[in-house]
Design a protein around this ligand. Structure first.
Ligand SMILES: NC(=O)c1ccc[n+]([C@@H]2O[C@H](COP(=O)([O-])OP(=O)(O)OC[C@H]3O[C@@H](n4cnc5c(N)ncnc54)[C@H](O)[C@@H]3O)[C@@H](O)[C@H]2O)c1
Length: 390
């Protein structure tokens, strides 16, 4: 079989790794890259031609291409690749908006090309093992997914905020391991550093169509780099550290006692370590892409999945930045604001709109009642840019 002629667009932090892996992959010949930065060639694989312009790279005649340019450039570059008949893997997030993502997915499908998005956590051994164990019923029905993804400010990322850059990973992995689309989301965001005009801190709360409650905490403010995922089910929980990497399974124990009062669940803080595969996620992702080009598309993240993530990020970013005021010492508790701090994720193509919302119809509390408030009514932002929270 002739080797696929490959290119990389954008040779920054991520693009260099794509180039390294592609250069060593059997069945692939990395023939060039494109990056307008004058210093880009210094970081490229030795001897690789690096062009400042995409048309020069396309002039070499590519079969496949990886796009690791800044997010705002994905739509333009992806459209040109689809027009040139080149199969593409575009880094996450697929575009800067759901509309851009959808237009890209349409363009690749229309052209009959493989179009993937780089949601690499699906290839992380921790997430893979988590998904397999959930599917085998080891923690029973999933009730809650919580993720924490934080670390220092990445100076290079100026074009988007933490919702698109960080939370997009957690949204995709949550959707993938639970198998359930998002139904509603709420968020409180802030911008603290002034490094860009985008949010650098967010707490997202949401609910999936199957009723699973989710929380995503993301920031670019912590000196501690952390990527944690906890999935709680009826029988126990799985706690994953994506950086370690490590995964532990904790199961409920039951204490029986002659006195019924003392009987009940017991904690299992130690859990057991789960065995993990040792592959490099990026290599597995690129192997899946190449296999799809050869007709075996079962190990890719299709652009449509990237669009679904972007529908969720758009909904989060559309959440009105108002909330329910918390009473301070007063005797009277104000009724919840009629303006809900919730955005509904749009139904997917072909899905019945009424059925989409039906699962959580009961999550809407009566407007004037304070009882049974769903978790979605979070979000108290007295003055968005005040530093009073910090
Ligand atoms: N999957 C992951 O885990 C992961 C990790 C990091 C970044 N990313 C994604 O990869 C993309 C790049 O991020 P990064 O951290 O590598 O950024 P980066 O700033 O380190 O690199 C971007 C590179 O693209 C080049 N560039 C700018 N405009 C270009 C254009 N029009 N055509 C070609 N090259 C261009 C820049 O000169 C730079 O070298 C982003 O979309 C980001 O979200 C994904």
């Amino acid at each position: 079989m002739t080797a696929l002629r490959a290119g990389v667009v954008g040779l920054g932090t991520m693009g260099r790794h794509h180039a390294r892996v592609l250069a060593a992959m059997p069945g692939v010949r990395l023939i060039g890259a494109c990056d307008p930065a004058p210093q880009a060639a210094r970081h490229a694989v030795a001897g690789l031609p690096v062009f400042p312009d995409l048309d020069q790279l396309l002039g070499l005649g590519l079969d496949i291409c990886v796009v690791a340019a800044p997010t705002l450039a994905h739509a333009d570059i992806g459209t040109r690749l689809a027009q040139a008949g080149v199969h593409a893997l575009i880094e996450k997030p697929l575009g800067a908006s759901a509309e851009e993502g959808r237009a890209l997915a349409d363009a690749f499908e229309r052209a009959g090309l493989v179009g993937c998005v780089g949601h690499i956590e699906r290839f992380n051994p921790v997430i893979r093992a988590m998904r397999d164990r959930i599917a085998r019923g080891e923690i029973g029905a999933v009730l809650q997914v919580t993720t924490s993804r934080q670390g220092p400010y990445p100076r290079r990322i100026r074009d988007v905020g933490v919702i698109l850059d960080l939370a997009s990973h957690d949204i995709d992995l949550t959707r993938w391991i639970t198998g359930s689309p998002y139904l509603k989301v709420s968020a409180v965001t802030n911008q603290v550093t002034g490094g860009s005009s985008h949010e650098d801190l967010a707490a997202v709360a949401g609910v999936l169509e199957d009723g699973t409650v989710v929380n995503h905490l993301v920031n670019w403010l912590s000196p501690v780099k952390e990527r944690l995922v906890t999935v709680t089910g009826q029988l126990g929980c799985l706690r994953g550290d994506l950086l370690a990497p490590a995964l532990r399974l904790h199961r409920h124990g039951l204490r029986s006692a002659p006195d019924d009062q003392a009987a009940g669940p017991v904690a299992d803080n130690r859990g057991v370590a789960c065995k993990l595969a040792t592959h490099e996620p990026l290599r597995a992702e690129l192997e899946g892409f190449v296999a799809a080009v050869h007709g075996r598309a079962d190990h890719i993240v299709p652009m449509r999945a990237g669009v679904e993530v972007m529908d969720v990020t758009s909904a989060i970013l559309s959440v009105p930045r108002v909330g329910v005021e918390v009473p301070h010492g007063g005797a009277d508790i104000a009724p919840p604001s009629p303006e809900r701090v919730v955005a509904v994720v749009p139904p997917r193509p072909g899905e019945d709109g009424a059925a989409h919302g039906a699962a959580f119809a009961h999550a809407e509390p009566p407007a004037a009642s304070h009882g049974d408030l769903p978790v979605l009514v979070a979000g108290y932002v007295p003055a968005l840019n005040s530093r009073r929270f910090f």
